[in-house]
Ligand binder design. Structure first.
Ligand code: AHM
Ligand code: MG
Length: 339
């Protein structure tokens, strides 16, 4: 019988699981090792952010016209470097880079990794949780250098996805399609240790997360759902709690553990919502489905969306299965009624 207090490190867990996700050559494991290393380094950077001059804007804007904070730039470099050195990744695509990065000397390798190196960056200087999101694809083509077909894959083809949250503790949560597991960084030994095995999101939740400041611009169906969440009903335990940090990882992580729904709907100002398909919506959707939840654009399963641009945005409704079903139903009914 296994000793119940046994510490299982991320590295050990991945080695044990390797055979299950058909990674006999260890390629994916090596990619994970580089993500783990970069995460530890970025964690160190984040923890000392208030002490050294790495807070504030870098002075450049990223491909979406947003200010880049210094830490965004640092985290981006750290992850790109680590992934490039893994020897397994042919292309890195990053929310912070306009163009895909073809890794010199690894052009023929079989994996493509998409990253949002520091999500929720507007929260850096107010000390709220931020994080890194990653998403891994295998190249379908055997061409020497990755082609468009390799880069523009639907989310359902991800072989692994996860995030690192730099919060009150630092956690790495990931899936390879065999459930979702969470590891907490033990600072004293600098190891991610299994703390949240086989995470399942409750089918019904009591939290709704949406930027209600945009309410006037919401589609009618989303307004209806928000009103539903806020109205009183004993049987369904309403009103639900409203929680919105403005950092997807933090909002997602809380809802994953407690049950809830996160929404970034389309508005006239942001007709495709705000969040990026490749760097945010696909990885989070893979995770939520593996945890028993759901994720939709309002009209389609996120993982079925055909990418047409590496930086495209999509509306998102993600979280507890019953909450997403109802939100999507109300959204669609109102859309039909306005046609
Ligand atoms: P970022 O990748 O530039 O940090 O932006 C994405 C963030 C998400 O983390 C968060 O869910 C969302 O933007 C919040 O947007 P808003 O401030 O419009 O509510
Ligand atoms: Mg982001």
């Amino acid at each position: 019988m296994p000793y119940s207090n046994e510490i299982i490190t991320l590295e050990q867990f991945i080695v044990d699981q390797q055979a299950l996700y058909k990674d006999a050559g260890g390629s994916l494991s090596r990619i994970f090792r580089s993500i783990e290393l970069a995460a530890k380094v970025v964690n160190r950077d984040v923890r000392k952010a208030g002490l050294v001059d790495i807070l504030g804007n870098q002075g450049s804007t990223n491909t979406h016209g947003e200010d880049q904070k210094k830490l965004d730039v640092i985290a981006n470099d750290r992850f790109i470097n680590a992934l490039s050195k893994s020897g397994e990744v042919s292309v890195v695509i990053s929310e912070e880079n306009d163009e895909p990065i073809f890794v010199e000397g690894s052009e023929e390798e079989k994996y493509i990794v998409a990253i949002d190196p520091l999500d929720g960056s507007s929260n850096i200087d107010v000390n709220a949780s931020i994080g890194t999101i990653f998403s891994i694809y295998r190249r379908p083509s055997s061409s020497k250098v990755a082609n468009e077909k390799d880069l523009y894959q639907k989310g359902k083809h991800q072989v692994a996805a996860g995030y690192v949250i730099y919060g009150s503790s630092t956690m790495l949560v990931y899936t390879t399609g065999l459930g979702v597991n969470g590891f907490t960084l033990d600072d004293s030994i600098q190891e991610f240790c299994l703390s949240h095995p086989n995470i399942q999101i409750p089918t019904d939740g009591k939290i709704f997360s949406v930027n209600e400041g945009n309410y006037a611009e919401f589609p009618q169906g989303v307004k209806n759902y928000v009103e539903y969440c806020k109205s009183k009903d004993k049987e369904t335990n309403r009103p639900y709690g409203a929680r919105y940090i403005g950092s997807l990882i933090a909002d997602f992580h809380r809802n994953l553990l407690k049950g809830g729904i996160f929404m970034y709907p389309p508005t006239p100002k942001t007709p495709n919502g705000k969040l990026r398909l490749m760097y945010e919506c696909n990885p989070m959707s893979f995770l939520i489905e593996q945890a028993g939840g759901k994720s939709s654009t309002g009209t389609a399963r996120i993982l079925e969306v055909e990418p047409t641009d590496l930086h495209q945005r999509v509306p998102i409704f993600i979280g507890s299965a019953n909450m997403v079903d109802l939100a999507v139903k109300m959204y669609q009914e109102a859309e039909v009624a306005t046609v």
